[in-house]
Design a protein around this ligand. Structure first.
Ligand code: ATP
Ligand code: MG
Length: 173
């Protein structure tokens, strides 16, 4: 199964992200992420045997143990990739999240999971395969809130849109 670890976001941030996403829909064509799927990926495990899920949960529990709720705020839009097929995202400002991501990754690696070496950049993906091509992007909607949930998700890409199922939810603090 395909697994990743993500921070879930509080309602006030989700609402602002949904507003940014709606404004993007007016401006750019591409594949939109459904608002009920918004998240900040902390670690991507990729394909893993189902029997390894308990080990992933243990590593996650261990790495989150020292953390309380994390103050966060939304920031500007950014993109990865090519102008014809970009990934568009809204940045997240949260110093504590970066520390948490490092700890989560360290403990998953120690448990034997292979993670890529890409540096952590806190963001929420709003759109994929976006045709930017010189289009002006809208001003993002901003908000702040407290992140208190870190979740191990299973990702199922077999349908017409990605489906994420929470396998384990950890509360910070
Ligand atoms: P799709 O791949 O159909 O566009 P998706 O990217 O939402 O859908 P997944 O590919 O399963 O679904 O990814 C789940 C989460 O992990 C997303 O937040 C995605 O950005 C992130 N992710 C995927 N691949 C990697 C990777 N190689 N490194 C880091 N994060 C990744
Ligand atoms: Mg993907």
């Amino acid at each position: 199964m395909r697994l990743f670890v993500a921070a879930e976001l509080p309602g006030e941030m989700l609402e602002a992200l949904a507003e940014t996403s709606a404004a993007l829909r007016e401006a750019v064509r591409g594949r939109y992420v459904a608002p009920d799927s918004f998240h900040v990926t902390l670690a991507f495990l990729g394909e893993v045997e189902g029997s390894r899920v308990p080990a992933a949960c243990d590593a996650l529990r261990e790495s989150c143990a020292g953390y309380g709720p994390i103050d966060a705020s939304l920031r500007e839009l950014g993109c990865f990739g090519r102008a014809r097929a970009a990934t568009l995202w809204q940045g997240v400002n949260a110093a504590g999240l970066s520390a948490l991501a490092q700890d989560v990754r360290r403990s998953l690696r120690a448990a034997g999971f292979a993670l890529d070496e890409k540096a952590f950049l806190a963001h929420v993906t709003l759109m994929r395969a976006a045709r930017l091509e010189g289009r002006e992007l809208p001003m993002p909607c901003l908000a702040c809130g407290t992140i208190d949930t870190v979740t191990l998700f299973r990702s199922d890409l077999s349908g017409d849109r990605p489906r994420y199922d929470a396998l384990e939810r950890l509360l910070l603090g």
